[in-house]
Design a protein around this ligand. Structure first.
Ligand code: GLA
Length: 501
């Protein structure tokens, strides 16, 4: 009798001790935002002694757990986001409390996120089953974006805080500040506008956007155009509803709302499809948009994967991201921008390389660095999507975003993207061929001190000194008759010239 009682008791003690000591298994945490949206983050933890491995699964994809440690009740690990070559490290820490883990993640430059993870069915870690994708077939060009699209996008400044009121005020400010007159026509709502699907599967906006059609009317009445955002996956990168299995229905909803622009972000599609499936997954939405009466700019956002520049035009993509997400600092902007020249052959009217949206005016760079950002993006014939709070721009920000002579380079109708001509240490000369035989020449100084940079006129327009040489930041003609010209270019700064006969 004694033995019969003792055995289960021992087993109970052992199993309790091991479950308290190990967090191995599936866990899930839900966080509700003020717009009613619930974001789910799942964890697959594998604990061996004090070592912790596994993965974090969000709508944005799966990330392996690195540097994981369990020390008593204390859990720490990191995940890496963005470009694997220069990842953004996100530290996590947590406290084990009974059958909960109280977790906190601290993404760089973003608010700290706190959540309580609970043991979950391992099924939470599995994505939905893949849906069939169409056979590859070219979708004809929509005849939009003959020059790179210009406008504003909510993400860089507002992230999840964008709402109807902000978008209306930004539209007002685009008119008031002259942004509209300078060519910035699209007012684009990025992630976090989505609410639930109804019984018929129709997507509705969430409580931050009470009436999308009324908002579109407001923006249109200002003489501007309106853009929206979705994903080929079930969830967007911020964990909101994506278009997976609802592509045609969503395209129709956008038409009902009179939407003019769609940014389509890979995000959770990466949990379901492989990179080889991307072309077909984007074609599915491209074909759905092509059926609409209203032409919609199609912006592919898949971080430059799968050589998108080779097939972007075939899905009627007007622009395609070529990189991971930009951040408002010199290293991020310059690493992205100066790496782009190699893709120049793929840009053409209607179809543009997109090195990501502008950070000008967001405060993380100097004015010289922002002038480099604007000049480089214009040399690259990049979409110019301002990412700042247009309602509250400093004069310096306005002088950069509203420099019409630089915008003219970006918008040049020949549609030829520029590239690096020469690099000497940290100084680089880039050129861009323009209509009418004109040439844009940018002298970039990536160094930490001002640098004297000398150019030979004969290098650019064949033989003689060009008749007109305009300094596009000084708004003045370059004088002098010599064969060479020397400019002092500030640290991280630029001199941008337009030469013509
Ligand atoms: C991705 C995109 C960003 C932005 C966010 C929104 O990271 O690359 O530009 O759209 O998603 O969640």
């Amino acid at each position: 009798m004694r033995i019969i009682f003792r055995l289960p008791f021992l087993v109970l003690i052992c199993s309790f001790a091991s479950s308290a000591a190990s967090i191995t298994g599936a866990w899930s945490a839900s966080v509700a935002a003020s717009d009613g949206h619930v974001t789910v983050t799942s964890f697959s933890f594998e604990q061996q002694g004090s070592e912790l491995t596994g993965k974090v699964v969000t709508a944005g994809g799966e990330r392996p757990i690195k540097q994981g440690k369990v020390d008593g009740e204390h859990v720490t690990f990191v995940i890496e986001l963005g470009n694997p070559a220069s990842p953004r490290i996100v530290p996590w820490e947590g406290t084990i409390a009974g059958n909960e883990i109280h977790l906190k993640s601290s993404p760089p430059g973003r608010p700290v996120m706190e959540m309580v993870a609970k043991p979950a069915d391992p099924g939470v870690l599995l994505p939905p089953a893949k849906l069939p994708l169409p056979a590859l077939k070219d979708v004809p060009w929509n005849h939009l974006s003959r020059t790179p699209p210009m406008g504003w996008n909510s993400w860089n400044k507002f992230q999840g805080k964008v709402d109807d009121k902000t978008v209306r005020e930004i539209a007002d400010a685009m008119v008031r500040t002259g942004m509209k007159d300078a060519g910035y026509h699209y007012v684009n709502i990025d992630d976090t506008w989505q609410g639930e699907r109804d019984a018929q599967g129709k997507i509705h906006s969430n409580n931050k956007f009470p009436d999308m059609k009324a908002l579109a009317d407001y923006v249109h009445n200002k003489g501007l155009l309106i853009g929206i955002y979705s994903s080929p996956g079930p969830k967007t990168c911020a964990g909101y509803e994506g278009s997976f299995g609802h592509e045609e229905q969503d395209a129709q909803t956008y038409e009902d709302w009179t939407i003019d622009y769609l940014k389509y972000d890979w995000c959770s599609a990466g949990l379901i499809y492989s990179d080889e499936d991307m072309h077909a997954a984007y074609q599915k939405m491209g074909a759905a948009l092509a059926k609409l009466a209203r032409p919609v700019v199609f912006s592919l956002c898949q971080y430059g994967k799968a050589d998108v520049w080779t097939w972007g035009p075939k899905v009627s993509g007007n622009l395609w991201r070529t990189t991971g997400d930009i951040q408002d600092n010199w290293n991020s902007m310059s690493d992205i921008g100066f790496d782009q020249g190699r893709l120049a052959p793929y840009a053409a009217p209607g179809h543009w390389n997109d090195p990501d949206m502008l950070e000008i005016g967001n405060g993380g760079m100097t004015d010289d660095e922002y002038r480099t950002h604007m000049s480089l993006w214009s040399m690259l014939a990049a979409p110019l999507l301002a990412g700042n709070d247009v309602r509250a721009m400093t004069l310096a920000t306005m002088s950069i975003l509203l420099n019409k002579e630089v915008i003219q380079i970006d918008q040049d109708k020949l549609g030829k993207e520029g590239a690096r001509l020469r690099q000497e240490g940290e100084q680089e000369i880039w050129t861009r061929e323009l209509t009418g035989g004109a040439v844009a020449v940018a002298l970039f100084n990536r160094g930490e001190a001002p640098a004297a940079m000398t150019i030979k006129w004969a290098d650019f327009m064949g033989g003689k000194r060009p008749t007109f040489i305009r300094d596009l930041w000084k708004h003045d003609f370059v004088k002098g008759t010599g064969e060479t010209w020397t400019a002092t270019v500030p640290k991280h700064g630029v001199v941008l010239l337009r030469m013509s006969r």
